[in-house]
Design a protein around this ligand. Structure first.
Ligand code: AMP
Length: 218
């Protein structure tokens, strides 16, 4: 069964469940995820020159300058592992970044999935979010680890992301509503936007997404 949709962008406020749903889509379509925030956090962790330049911006919830982000992500997207398709989580985050992909690269986007939740829900989800150093995500109310404070998969200690504090979450959401949400119009005009209700349970949202994908086979 071949799918027509192989190059997907995920949009949605912080906490909408993009990364969790990206993992479901990855398994279903057998394509790889490229997680913008993950690439950045890896750079920060490795203390590379670039990592040192961006640490403050990421940890305080600002946006990395467009051209830095574009260079980093286009370089990644051209790797062999993304030749058959990809799920982009966290990029593009501005119309400038999206236009660059469309106008200056051969990277074609098939669909843009917007997973929508309210700001109240986003704040609640992020302040209760805990992650392991490998990026596995838990929630103190809805997705508890089997052992308190420990990742089920890696057995490593769970932490709160430096940018998941209430003040930084509000700043990130404001940027999302002011800046990133302009992408919704941009992709709507291209007839690529599909909206999903992210306030349902993880299972229901992934059923919705996978049903949509199942309906789009060649
Ligand atoms: P995320 O894990 O997607 O929430 O991203 C974490 C942080 O990385 C964001 O708050 C930004 O500081 C930075 N970041 C991630 N993706 C981008 C992007 N496409 N453009 C600019 N900054 C980004």
């Amino acid at each position: 069964m071949e799918h027509k949709i192989k190059r997907i962008i995920l949009l949605g406020p912080q906490g909408a469940g993009k990364t969790t749903q990206a993992e479901r889509i990855e398994q279903f379509l057998d394509i790889n995820i490229l997680l913008a925030g993950g690439v950045l956090r890896q750079e920060i962790k490795s203390k590379s020159e670039f990592g040192l330049k961006i640490a403050e911006i990421v940890n305080t919830g600002g946006l990395i300058p467009d051209q830095w982000m574009i260079d980093l992500m286009v370089q990644n997207l051209n790797k062999e592992e993304y030749k058959n398709g990809f799920i982009l989580d966290g990029f593009p985050r501005s119309v400038t970044q999206a236009k660059y992909l469309d106008e200056k690269t051969k990277i074609k986007i098939d669909k843009v999935f917007n997973i929508e939740i309210s700001d109240e829900e986003a704040v609640d989800r992020l302040s209760n979010r805990r992650v392991c150093p490998n990026g596995h995500i838990f929630h103190l109310l809805y997705k508890l680890p089997k052992t308190e404070g420990i990742c089920d998969t890696c057995q490593l200690k769970l932490e709160q992301r430096a940018d998941d504090t209430p003040e930084t979450v509000l700043k990130r959401l404001k940027i999302y509503r002011n800046e990133t949400s302009k992408l919704l119009d941009y992709y709507h005009q291209q007839k690529k936007l599909v909206v999903f209700n992210g306030s349902e349970s993880i299972e229901l949202v992934s059923d919705d997404i996978l049903n949509y994908l199942k309906a789009h086979v060649r």
